[in-house]
Design a protein around this ligand. Structure first.
Ligand code: CO
Length: 196
């Protein structure tokens, strides 16, 4: 048995359990989805959105990338955002960052990251430059890195608020709420940073 066999074996028992608990469960799931939350998180394996929040299947539409970025030129993110807001009509958009984020660490380092990652994290280096004086005032390197994790979340919330998708939707009167959260991989706690 390899690791994938383990996953398949777990899945089999999970599906059986779900059917036993609720005979119509998969009939409803097969029909359509109606999530109320778009979750944008980091690809980091330690931050699985449904596990840390207990959100059941069908509740969250999820987009993940390195360091939970909402980049205006990223067609994948833009398509997810547009589909969530205009078609699924979610009520909440969450950006969840996390301490000990490899992407943020790499952006703090003077060593270059692997090519593509290095391009991607330029977005975080830009944020670092925007808040240079605030960050320079933090003497402890770990605290400085943690603050950059938080500032990154705050800036992604601003990016999302500035997209045409969100602006148009709000103009139409949709009650769309944006939430910036941060997860601590050392304690398992998720906290609010910003609402918009
Ligand atoms: Co990360």
């Amino acid at each position: 048995m390899d690791q994938i066999d383990d996953l398949l074996a777990y899945n089999k028992s999970w599906a059986e359990r779900a059917k036993t608990d609720d005979a119509q469960y998969f009939d409803r799931m097969a029909d359509k989805q109606n999530p109320s939350i778009l979750w944008i998180g980091c690809s980091d394996s330690r931050v699985p959105p449904s596990v840390i929040t207990g959100a059941k299947p069908g509740v969250m539409f999820i987009h993940r990338n390195i360091a939970n970025l909402a980049v205006h030129s990223d067609i994948s993110f833009l398509a997810v955002l547009e589909y969530s807001v205009d078609v699924l009509k979610v009520d909440h958009i969450v950006v969840a960052g996390h301490y000990n984020c490899g992407g943020v660490k790499a952006a703090c380092s003077h060593e270059p990251a692997p090519d593509m990652v290095d391009h991607w994290i330029q977005h975080i280096r830009d944020i670092k430059r925007m808040y240079q004086s605030e960050l320079d005032a933090i003497t402890n390197p770990k605290n400085r890195e943690n603050r950059l994790v938080e500032l990154n979340v705050i800036e992604q919330i601003r990016n999302i608020a500035n997209t045409t998708t969100v602006r148009r939707s709000r103009k139409r009167g949709a009650s769309l709420k944006l939430h910036g959260l941060v997860y601590d991989t050392a304690t398992g706690e998720l906290q609010r940073l910003i609402e918009s």
